[in-house]
Design a protein around this ligand. Structure first.
Ligand code: ATP
Ligand code: MG
Length: 174
């Protein structure tokens, strides 16, 4: 009987959550595990990791968001539709049991912005089949998510080059 997988949360206001999730994915794939990576609130193909995913046979990467920012407190119907679709795809990936690691990138933000209900993410977590590890990323996870996580790592900003006026760079931010 396979062990129940872990629920890991990467949170905090510093840079490194999404890239840490990709590092975890690399490690899992090194052991032959299939990885499903769902990106909430992202729709740009310009990210280096999105380009790279197409070359990784064990990785399935799906974006379910618009390339533009979601306005907190005033999401468009399309923002809501895409977030819901993302949740449904994630649920299907988890319950299929085919993926050893499922990453819900920026799901904490989708919850904080109330694009999707926390109860449904909790349902997904609680009903995951054995052998499926989960990673949830995003700055501000709701307390209900923190309550069920096995691991919570906070990436705290000590300094970010953005404050010195250095704009997003290819290969660093995207
Ligand atoms: P990365 O994708 O590089 O791992 P992240 O997932 O931790 O970063 P998010 O909170 O998802 O970061 O924010 C997305 C983008 O905002 C990142 O590309 C990052 O460089 C930028 N960012 C993150 N933290 C800060 C910060 N403290 N100040 C300014 N920009 C930031
Ligand atoms: Mg991120």
């Amino acid at each position: 009987m396979e062990q129940l997988g872990l629920v890991m949360v990467y949170m905090g206001n510093g840079k490194g959550k999404t890239t840490a999730a990709f590092g975890q994915a690399l490690r899992a794939m090194g052991h032959g595990k299939k990885v499903y990576l769902l990106q909430f609130m992202k729709g740009s193909k310009d990210y280096g990791e999105v380009r790279m995913a197409a070359q990784l046979p064990l990785m399935t990467l799906v974006q379910s968001g618009l390339p533009s920012f979601v306005v907190k407190g005033n999401p468009t119907p399309e923002d809501l539709r895409l977030a819901r679709r993302g949740l449904e795809l994630a649920q299907a990936a988890v319950s299929s049991g085919q993926f050893g690691l499922v990453i819900l990138d920026e799901v904490n933000i989708a919850l904080d912005y109330e694009l999707i209900p926390v109860e449904e993410v909790l349902y997904l977590i609680e009903h995951r089949p054995p052998g499926v590890d989960l990673v949830l990323t995003g700055r501000y996870p709701p307390r209900q998510i923190l309550a069920v996580a096995d691991l919570v790592s906070e990436i705290r900003e000590v300094r970010h080059h953005f404050a010195a006026g250095i704009k997003a760079r290819e290969g660093i931010e995207f």
